[in-house]
Design a protein around this ligand. Structure first.
Ligand SMILES: NC(=O)c1ccc[n+]([C@@H]2O[C@H](COP(=O)([O-])OP(=O)(O)OC[C@H]3O[C@@H](n4cnc5c(N)ncnc54)[C@H](OP(=O)(O)O)[C@@H]3O)[C@@H](O)[C@H]2O)c1
Length: 276
């Protein structure tokens, strides 16, 4: 039976690579994008390789757009086997510097939009008695650091949502997994937003240091195709693990977090991040 996959944020980076990896593996893939003008490249590749890949407009921030996209997919294929909640972006700036409206906008895409999609897709998977939801979190979903609390807390929230969903949906044969990449070389770092610091902000320096640090790491970041490979392998496992860490940087930080007490880890991170 033909399996159907839906990937959000397929215009670039991990979503782009994951849509292609799934289609190359035989999934009928709905590569969703919020701006269809950005789908030329993926469509060209799909055409050249004769892949079953279709573009559907889906803006994660827009309830109507989500409903319309899922309705179109179900009208065409009547099932969804894989949902990859990938679309997301990063907001930088300290808690005091990020206006609440922007904090909420960060959560709209990285958290509430995902809930809205899951509320529409989970009943379909439940009725099928099968399906897998892949939520793209981050090392930032497990480790807090200064300069990006809005992004970090949106990913922490996604981790909690995913863990809870595993119990709720697991009993109906629907799997939920979390992907935790470290720094990946994508458009994330050119698309990220930085809140204007208040004139008297004492956080300008630390925020700039974090931004420069992640941008430097991005140059040597994991290729997004590596993340796509991990996702593809994970969804094909009989019993996928709750979490998949991708990248040596992610592995290093998350192992350190596991091995140390909270205070030890905080001191370790301060040294790693702030010793210049
Ligand atoms: N890069 C990293 O180091 C890293 C590490 C860990 C986790 N992540 C996570 O990985 C995911 C993918 O990011 P990426 O690194 O591949 O960055 P990317 O190349 O910038 O891709 C982000 C994708 O999300 C889309 N998007 C943003 N807001 C959207 C919305 N409201 N509705 C629909 N699509 C939307 C973007 O569309 P447009 O092209 O229209 O903007 C783009 O397709 C994100 O959830 C990110 O938080 C990234």
């Amino acid at each position: 039976m033909e399996k159907v996959a839906v990937v959000t944020g397929s215009s670039s980076g991990m979503g782009f690579e994951t849509s292609l990896a799934l289609a190359r593996d035989g999934f009928y893939t709905f590569a969703t994008v919020r701006n269809v003008k950005k789908s030329d490249k993926i469509l060209q590749i799909a055409k050249k390789e004769k892949l079953n890949l279709e573009i559907i407009e889906l803006d994660v921030d827009n309830e109507k757009s989500i409903s319309s996209a899922i309705e179109k997919i179900l009208a065409k294929k009547q099932r969804i086997d894989v949902l990859v909640n990938n679309a997301g972006w990063g907001l930088f700036g300290s808690v005091e510097d990020v206006p609440l409206k922007e904090f909420r906008a960060q959560f709209e895409t990285n958290f509430f939009g995902i809930i809205s999609i899951i509320q529409k897709v989970a009943p379909v998977m439940r009725k099928q008695g099968s399906g897998i939801i892949v939520n793209i979190s981050s090392v930032a979903g497990k480790i807090g650091f200064p300069g990006s609390p809005a992004y970090i807390s949106s990913k922490f929230a996604l981790e909690g949502l995913s863990e809870s969903l595993r119990y709720e949906l697991g009993q109906f044969g629907v799997k939920v997994i979390i992907i935790e990449p470290g720094v990946v070389k994508t458009n994330f770092f050119s698309s990220m937003k930085v809140a204007e610091p208040k004139p008297d902000s004492p956080y300008k320096e630390i925020t700039q240091k974090v931004i420069m640090g992640v941008k430097m790491m991005a140059e040597l970041g994991t290729p997004p195709s590596e993340v796509a490979k991990v996702i593809l392998n994970a969804i094909k496992e009989e019993n996928p693990r709750p979490r998949y860490i991708v990248g040596n940087d992610a592995q290093m930080f998350l192992e350190a977090k596991k091995a140390k007490t909270d205070t030890e880890f905080e001191n370790y991170l301060k040294k790693e991040l702030f010793s210049s």
